[in-house]
Design a protein around this ligand. Sequence first.
Ligand code: NAG
Ligand code: NAG
Length: 289
Amino acid sequence: MKFLFNLLAVILFLLDNGVSGVGSNEMSVSVMEGESVTLYTGVQTNQQEVIKWYFNDTRIAQISGDLSDICTDVQCEDGPERFRDRLKLDHQTGSLTITHITDSGLYELKIISSKSSSDKIFSVSVTGVSAAKQDEVKRKSVKEGESVTLDPVVIRKPSDVMMWYFNDILIAEITGDLSKICTDVQCKERFRDRLKLDHQTGSLNITNTRNTDSGEYKLQMIFNNSSFSITRVKRFNLTVINSGLSSGAVAGIVVAVVLLVSAVITAAVIYYRHKIYTPVQQNVSITNS
Ligand SMILES: *[C@@H]1O[C@H](CO)[C@@H](O)[C@H](O)[C@H]1NC(C)=O
Ligand SMILES: *[C@@H]1O[C@H](CO)[C@@H](O)[C@H](O)[C@H]1NC(C)=O
C-alpha cells in the first residue's frame, strides 16, 4: 500500500514537472501557466553557428555568429507580439527562457553551422490556472515563541534548486546535497540559528519565532531536467502573534486603569454631593411654601 502510494506520488510528480521523452529530437514539457521555462540547446556557442527559435513555425528569437545580433520578437520582424518582454536568450548557450508562460505549442530549435544543422522540438503544454490561484499567497500565523514550518508540498529531487527569500532577501538555499542558511550578516542577526531546511521537501522551519519574523516568505523552485528547467514560485505570509504583553502595553493598561478608577471616584463624589444637597433644597422649598 505504501509502495503504491509512493509510486503514485512519483508519477504525479513527474507529470506535474513535465518529464517525458517523446522522440530523440522531440521533448514533451508540461508547465503551469505563469511559470518560467528554460529550453536548453545543449551546446556552447562558438560563434560559428546560427541558433534560431520558432514558436508554431514563427521565428521568435535568434543568435547568429556575432553575439550582439540577438533578436527577440520585437526586433525579429516576423515574431509575434505575444512574447513581448518575456523572452531571454543565454549568450553562451543560446538557451531560451520564456517567463510567465501562457502559450502551448511547438517551440522549435534550429542550430545551423557551415558543417551541419540540427533540429530539436519542445512540445510545450501549458496547464491553465486561475488568476486567483496564480497569485495565491498562503497565510500562516503562529504565536510568538512557537515554531512554524513553511511547506511547499513537493517532493524534491536532488537536481532541484530551492531558494527561500524573506522580504526579497535570500535567506536559505538548497542545491543538490548542499544547503546554505543565512550567508549574510543581516540574515544571521535576524534569524540567529533559528532556521532549518528539510532536504526531502525543501520546507523551511523557523523555531522560537519572533515578532520580527512576520512578513513575506517567497520560495523559488527550479526543477532541472537535462533538456529544460521550470521555475515555480510559492509565497507565504507569516504573522507572528504577540502572545504576552509588552512593557509598553502593560504601561498603557496601568494608565487606563488609573484613569478609569479616578473617573469612578469623581463620579461617585459628584453623585453623593448631589444626593446630600438635594434633600436640603427640597426642605428649603418646602419651608418656603
Ligand atoms: C500552436 O500550435 C498548437 C498545435 O500544434 C496549437 O494547439 C496552439 O493553439 C498553437 N498556439 C498558438 C498561439 O497559435
Ligand atoms: C503579504 O505580506 C505583504 C507584506 O508583509 C503584504 O504587503 C501583502 O499584502 C500580504 N498579502 C496577503 C495576501 O496577505
